[in-house]
Design a binder for this molecule. Structure first.
Ligand SMILES: Cc1ncc(COP(=O)(O)O)c(C=O)c1O
Length: 385
């Protein structure tokens, strides 16, 4: 008896491979996992604890409790302005929203355009939907932003949907509003659905004004907007995310959700509502810290021989070009780890387009950044001399 093709062919995460190797070592410094190093703000934790103690331990409505959906609607009243009753679905992280959106919008054999290098789990999500992935490979020359022309060339009569992630994991790229406008026009022209994963949209730097692709004419009705609490409020372990889309899409996604995660715990959802209502200053505080860390790590990496990096405008990642070292990404990461204890992720963990790069996250302390980048510099000095 054989396991399914899907199960047998699902790739293992590159982060996991580095993590497993690092487990056998001491004195490691990790730049791998994309999660805030902050603890969730206290007021959010207190809200949940109090709710558990009140005995709120039952099933909840599939689409999410009203209090949270109302808070999400209020939070988005100036951009998407969703109706809390039928345009919002609360999901088990943004992760589940992404999977449900794909399963709702595409059939096996449909083509889905993915901008790569891309967050590793998108590859799994597309594989689980049975759709055919069409890559649009972005490069440093355009600061890892897809051009309208590139996107146009990838569209065929079978294209059903495009996945957009801005700010981007792993490159930190933020699609500028001019490009977003051009992409929006193209998607309308070809009548395509869009999944816009904007989970990092509160983490943009240099005073940049973030523009969502949903803000352009004709986009609101063809887009599933996905976000969540993990990155914004340092709530990765709470598993809380959401989708905003037109009612028929949300209704279909909710049916699928009923057959998978089903619903989220009430205390978690109340905590999410509290976060949206009361914790914007915490988001700003963490954002400012990430920006300082980005500047720190960017300067340190730029001072190393054999590597170069484009300054990312958002999220908390640096996508470092290691091509001058002459090594493959995975070889570089493994050698760096074994010789220095610095744990990084090979760019190929984000698709073949990531060859020649490594990803570093700066969601870690200044001390770790200074020590880790010091070790990496020494490694490169030895290698390049
Ligand atoms: C681009 C992107 N989307 C979605 C997620 C998943 O977020 P969540 O924790 O809400 O499932 C991540 C997590 O790393 C991410 O980087």
């Amino acid at each position: 008896m054989k396991l399914s093709n899907l199960a047998r062919n699902m790739g293992a995460s590159a982060i996991r491979a580095m993590y497993n190797e690092a487990l056998n070592m001491t004195d490691t410094i990790s730049f791998t996992v994309g999660e805030p190093d902050f603890v969730t703000p206290r007021i959010i934790i207190d809200e949940a604890v109090e709710a558990w103690q009140r005995g709120l331990t039952h099933y909840t409505p599939n689409a999410g409790i009203q209090e949270l959906r109302k808070a999400i609607a209020e939070y988005h009243k100036d951009d998407l302005n969703p109706n809390y009753q039928n345009e919002i679905l609360v999901s088990c992280g943004a992760m589940e929203s992404l999977q449900l959106a794909l399963l709702t919008l595409v059939d096996p054999g449909d083509e889905v355009i993915l901008v790569t290098p891309a967050w590793a789990n998108y590859f799994g999500h597309i594989a689980m939907s049975g759709a055919v992935m069409k890559e649009v490979r972005v490069t440093e020359e355009t600061e890892f932003i897809p051009t309208v022309d590139q996107m146009r060339k990838a569209i065929t009569p079978k294209t059903k949907l495009v996945m957009i992630n801005s700010p981007c994991n792993p490159t930190g790229a933020v699609i500028d509003s001019e490009t977003s406008k051009g992409l929006a026009e193209l998607f309308v022209e070809h009548d395509l659905f869009v999944i816009s994963d904007e989970i990092y949209n509160r983490l943009v730097y240099d005073g940049l004004k973030y523009t969502s692709i949903t803000s352009f004419p004709g986009m609101r009705e063809r887009t599933v907007y996905i976000s969540g609490f993990s990155k914004m409020f340092a709530m990765t372990g709470w598993r809380l995310g959401y989708s905003i889309a037109r009612p028929d899409i949300i209704q279909a996604m909710t049916k699928l959700h009923e057959n998978s995660a089903s619903c989220l715990p009430e205390p978690t959802q109340l905590a999410g509502a509290r976060a949206l209502k009361s914790c914007q200053s915490d988001v700003d505080r963490m954002r400012d810290i990430y920006e300082k860390r980005r500047n720190l790590i960017f300067d340190l990496v730029n001072d190393m021989p054999g590597v170069k990096v484009t300054k990312p405008k958002g999220a908390f990642y640096l996508f470092v070009n290691i091509k001058d070292t002459g090594m493959k990404s995975s070889e570089f990461c493994m050698d760096l780890l074994r010789k220095t204890g610095v744990v990084t992720v090979p760019g190929t963990g984000f698709g073949d387009a990531g060859e020649g790069y490594i990803r570093l996250t700066y969601a870690t302390s200044d001390e770790n950044i200074i020590e880790g980048m010091g070790r990496m510099k020494q490694y490169l000095v030895n290698r390049m001399s």
